[in-house]
Design a binder for this molecule. Sequence first.
Ligand code: HEM
Length: 213
Amino acid sequence: MDFIDLLLLAKDEDGNTLSDEAISAEADTFMFEGHDTTASGLAWLLYNLAHHPHYQERCRQEVRELLKGRDVEEIEWEDLSHLPFTTMCIKESLRLHPPVTAVSRRCTEDIALRDGRIIPKGIICLLSIYGTHHNPDIWPEPQVYNPLRFSPENSQGRSPLDFIPFSAGPRNCIGQSFAMAELKVVTALTVTRFAIRPDTGRPPVRAGKTLTK
Ligand code: HEM
């Protein structure tokens, strides 16, 4: 049974099936929020590893040591929590190149800021994930790709709101664990089989992306 089958068969508590419009909206959500984002995250991760061969090699060694002779095709769910350096590389890539650069919220009540200013009810606020991830007060030399920012010792004292590639709060990304798993599996499969090198003749150009609610 695939995703569309699940939607076609879904029923609410009164036994009603989803309308065609609702099925189309669900499919759009998963294609845009679940596919495009992961593809962008993966592309930038491979780009960063290509530009930093020493980090790429550390990921390769980490995966090989974990597998201890098993074929990489046999990588299991359980293995994914034993790739600390690769996870640091992924997080640093999501910091430097967040696939979703901003989210927005309409205030349902007045919000008092620490300095006493008020954001009035009804105002739509645009929250910059890209800006947060490039704030030099939190991330010194923000343009530098440095996975060690995410080592346990360097992460101490940092607020969870300093790193928000999947947003935060009750409407944050429902697919973040799945996305992290996908990124780890693809990295493991790729670095154990290929050496990734940059195509310096065609530098990538970033396109902005905002999710609005
Ligand atoms: C690297 C990959 C991904 C990134 C960076 C990402 C990021 C985000 C962000 C920033 C939001 C907005 C939350 C907000 O407005 O505060 C979001 C929402 C969402 N994401 Fe992801 N996402 C990723 C992968 C996925 C995957 C794999 C799925 C599904 C399998 C998924 C499903 C969703 C859904 C359904 C929402 C809407 C949640 C809601 O409105 O309550 N995402 N994601």
